[in-house]
Design a binder for this molecule. Structure first.
Ligand code: SF4
Length: 69
C-alpha cells in the first residue's frame, strides 16, 4: 500500500489523524501530512477508512500486491 495526501485540498478536519495517527499528522496550519507512505498491515484498514471518510477526498490509497505491503 502507498499513501499520499493533498494538503492543498485538505479541509483541516483532522479525521484522518484521529483514525490513523501513526500515518497522518498535520502541519502548523492544520493541513494533512503523511508520516508513513507505506504503512504496515496493522493500520491499513484504518488508512482505507480514513481515505473513504475524508470529506474532500484528499487521501489517495494505492493498493499494491507487487510489494506485499
Ligand atoms: S480527513 Fe481529509 S480533510 Fe480531514 S485532515 Fe485528513 S486529509 Fe484533511
Amino acid at each position: 500500500m502507498r499513501v499520499n495526501a493533498n494538503s492543498r485540498t485538505c479541509a483541516v478536519s483532522s479525521l484522518c489523524v484521529y483514525r490513523a495517527p501513526s500515518v497522518f499528522s498535520q502541519d502548523e496550519d492544520g493541513h494533512v501530512v503523511v508520516l508513513d507512505h507505506s504503512p504496515g498491515e496493522d493500520v491499513q484498514d484504518e488508512v482505507r477508512r480514513a481515505a473513504r471518510g475524508c470529506p474532500t477526498r484528499s487521501i489517495e490509497v494505492v493498493e499494491s500486491d507487487a510489494t506485499g505491503s
